[in-house]
Write a protein that binds this ligand. Sequence first.
Ligand code: KIV
Length: 277
Amino acid sequence: MSATARKTAPLPDDIRAMKGGTPIVSLTAYTTPMAQMMDAHCDFVLVGDSVGMVLHGLPSTLGVTMEMMVMHGQAVARGLSSAMMVIDMPFGSYEQGPEQAFRNAARLMAETSAGAVKLEGGVAMADTIAFLVARGIPVMAHVGLTPQSINTLGGYKVQGRGDAGAALKADAEAVAAAGAFAVVLEKVPERLANDITEAVEIPTIGIGASAGCDGQILVVDDMLGLFTAFKAKFVKRYAELGKVGEAAIGAYAEDVRARRFPGPEHVFADVVPGAKA
Ligand code: KIV
């Protein structure tokens, strides 16, 4: 079913059932207006920890806090009615062990009304995923390039090339076996992404992966041309809103300096015409 025709948000099981069907559509969102813009078009919306880089100007996602995720999660929830909301667990909020992960995932779900959480990691996170799922928390996994691990991955490189492909496939299989309802594959070779998509029973959501994945996700500010610090190869720009916005702000500045703004239509008369004195 297209998101446009749907009246209520899908559940994680509905997303899981989309495996092998019409590709799953998703984007990140961090604010109410952005969420409203994508609600009718997306199957799920991710409150990504990319918010740290995209909206807060941080150099990586490592500085993102639970408080930031809760605040942006609440804002996004106010803008959604027909897309499911998934929220990222920030760096340091789940890696210590299943109990820590449960405590923080439960807080994110309770305070933002997200339908599921997403966390990064494969084999190493399988026990934690199983623990959360057994306690009522649907989990979307994320393998391949996991930005919270850039310091051990050696930067934002393509993952799983050559011999490393087998371990990445094992990561995807482990999170599927642990009960994740979907898995994000970030920055992995196309052939490996197709192979994993065939091998696992849950939907794969590609970002820099393959059109053969069961769904796609992009950071919304990247595809709208709002985040321009750099552009990854896998980003397709559907608009240049950053340029449009800057030109508009420039025009406003010129109007103010030339006293062309505000115009007569923007100011208030002393007396409303036709009103009784
Ligand atoms: O934080 C994020 O935006 C993400 C997507 C890139 C998948 O994890």
